[in-house]
Design a protein around this ligand. Structure first.
Ligand code: SF4
Length: 212
């Protein structure tokens, strides 16, 4: 198990342990917190399947290139882990734990199984990745679809980009308040993201100073 797999496995196991320990109402509260995001993810899935499934199947899956999943250590946010754990049956979480224990011998992502990604709700970085070639081919024929894609990318930020209160930040905070920490809590430990949060706070402060 390399250090990437270790971080992933420890975080997943921590999330799983906590979710197993909380009361049913607390869990329902978390489920309701992520529900709007899941609707957004369904919309992205529908868009990708309508416009990109043909080209991705031909170019990548049939040729076994799977370019999107060829990186060994894909970035997963702590929020990705929590959301996926909330919606996945226990058997799927066990599958994730099992793949993380195996040595990664290829040049593909550890989570890429024989039938695709083993996450139920895959990491947001993966969901929003389209290779240059696919974008060029699809958007050349359907320029309006490019506008829809831009709008989906803008909406993604409403859950993940901490220039305002966002779901991914709140999920990290919830686990931190329960006494947990993980290197995947990027919204609380990445210098770049922390500086975005600081700037957002300063902007709010200066706006409220102007009003008062
Ligand atoms: S997590 Fe899933 S979608 Fe993302 S790179 Fe790995 S196999 Fe592909």
């Amino acid at each position: 198990m390399n250090s990437y797999q270790k971080e992933q496995a420890e975080t997943l196991s921590m999330v799983r342990r906590h979710l197993a320990s909380i009361s049913a109402p607390e869990r329902r509260g978390l489920e309701s917190q992520v529900s709007e995001y899941l609707v957004f993810r369904d919309e992205v899935d529908a868009f990708l399947s309508k416009h990109f499934s043909n080209i991705c199947t031909q170019k990548c899956y049939q040729s076994k290139v799977s370019a999107c999943c060829s990186r060994e250590g894909i970035i997963t946010f702590f929020g990705d882990m929590v959301i996926n754990a909330l919606v996945s049956p226990d058997a799927e979480i066990k599958t994730l734990m099992t793949v993380l224990q195996k040595p990664n011998t290829g040049f593909k992502c550890i989570y890429l199984g024989n039938y695709g990604c083993v996450w139920r709700v895959k990491p947001i970085v993966c969901e929003m990745f389209l290779c240059k070639q696919a974008k060029k081919e699809v958007f050349k024929q359907k320029p309006w679809a490019e506008e829809v894609w831009k709008e989906l990318k803008r909406r993604k930020k409403l859950y993940t980009w901490p220039d305002r209160p966002v779901l991914f930040d709140a999920l990290e905070r919830y686990f931190m308040d329960a006494g947990y920490s993980s290197p995947l809590m990027y919204l609380h430990n990445s210098p770049g993201l922390l500086s975005i949060k600081r700037k957002a706070k300063q902007d709010i402060q200066s706006r409220s100073d102007c009003i008062s």
